[in-house]
Ligand binder design. Structure first.
Ligand code: AMP
Length: 195
């Protein structure tokens, strides 16, 4: 299987080639086509398997199909939730690399640091927001984040988010996203609580 066979646009294939990837990993080959079709997905994959590209590439492609136009502020259209600052930052870097030819803008927010630069980035307008649940909820309560235009929700390392006690935060966040959306959930393990 080659990347060219997955249905990805040239803007994304160019970025993939730039990273030196020649063949998709197992999770990429399995997840990219159904995500491109707009289906919900439950992915069982650990870090190191290439799971970030497995969702970032098709998410970027779906958003690029209806790019932001005009002078109005960009609305957050994809939200990626991750358990830790380190993972959130890594995911944001991946969106930057894979999306470099798509014109999509992204930012990352996490706790433990001042909120001012994060709020500024949000106010500038982004297509993709990567966040840890606590800081996201905090900024939502301060009305700096509007999730009403979310088209795609990604929950990454869902089992770790549950282990870390984020379930209540997650429920409150998901409540604010439209019901009519694509949902992707990735987890290293699939205990019944996750399912
Ligand atoms: P992840 O599981 O998303 O944290 O990715 C683990 C590592 O695999 C990252 O350093 C990626 O750059 C790399 N990677 C992702 N997809 C591929 C691929 N198809 N071929 C080679 N390396 C890859």
């Amino acid at each position: 299987m080659k990347f060219e066979e997955l249905g990805l646009a040239e803007t994304l294939l160019r970025a993939v080639r730039g990273e030196g990837y020649s063949i998709p990993t197992k999770i990429q080959a399995a997840a990219i086509p159904p995500i491109l079709e707009g289906r919900d997905l439950l992915g069982c994959a650990q870090t190191g398997t290439g799971k970030t590209a497995a969702f970032a590439l098709p998410v970027l492609q779906r958003l690029s199909a209806t790019p932001h136009r005009g002078t109005g502020k960009r609305k957050i259209r994809a939200l990626v939730l991750a358990p830790t600052r380190e993972l959130a930052v890594q995911i944001a870097e991946s969106f930057q690399v894979y999306g470099q030819y798509t014109g999509m803008r992204r930012t990352v927010i996490y706790g433990g640091v001042g909120q001012v630069p994060q709020v500024r980035a949000l106010q500038a307008g982004v297509d993709v927001l990567i966040a840890t649940p606590g800081r996201l909820l905090d900024l939502m309560q301060q009305r700096f984040v509007d999730l009403s235009q979310i088209e795609i929700l990604v929950l990454d390392e869902a089992d770790r988010m549950l282990d870390m006690g984020f379930i209540h935060d997650l429920r409150r966040i998901v409540e604010k996203a439209p019901d009519r959306r694509q949902t992707l959930l990735f987890s290293a393990t699939m205990p019944s609580a996750i399912r």
